[in-house]
Structures are given as structure tokens and as C-alpha cells.
Design a protein. Structure first.
Length: 78
């Protein structure tokens, strides 16, 4: 979990090094931050003995990708 957040943040930093607007970097780095909190929530709620919870968390993985995509799209618009 932490490795995916770290690698995503490093990729964003390397991609935006040449950008002069620091607000773009801040908004783009909000994606891995929110993604990490979403994954932490999933780990906190996880109950492997409850199939309904497992299905709900599996479906919440869609939101993980959306979180990153929305932050990157917001940074792109600046």
C-alpha cells in the first residue's frame, strides 16, 4: 500500500519538475495523498470473515482509480 502511494508520488514529481506553477504540483500530489487515505480506510474496515464487507471494499477499488484521475485532471486544467 505504502509503496504504491510512494511510487505514484515520485512519478508525479518527476513528471511535473519542469512545470513553473507550484499549485499544479500541489493539486497533483493530492491524488496520492487521498489515494493513500482511501487505502488506509479499506484496510481499517477489512473483515475477511464478512463477505458483504469484502464485496463492498472490492467495489470501492473503483473509487481508488477515480481519486487519482480526478486530482490529475484538476491539475491538468490549471
Amino acid at each position: 500500500m505504502m509503496l504504491s502511494v510512494l511510487l505514484l508520488a515520485i512519478a508525479i514529481i518527476l513528471a511535473l519538475l519542469s512545470n513553473d506553477n507550484p499549485l499544479v504540483m500541489v493539486i497533483a500530489l493530492g491524488g496520492p495523498w487521498a489515494f493513500g487515505w482511501h487505502l488506509a480506510w479499506q484496510m481499517r474496515v477489512l473483515d475477511t470473515d464478512n463477505p458483504e464487507t469484502c464485496l463492498r471494499l472490492f467495489r470501492a477499488n473503483r473509487n481508488s482509480g477515480l481519486i487519482i484521475a480526478l486530482f490529475l485532471a484538476g491539475a491538468l486544467l490549471l
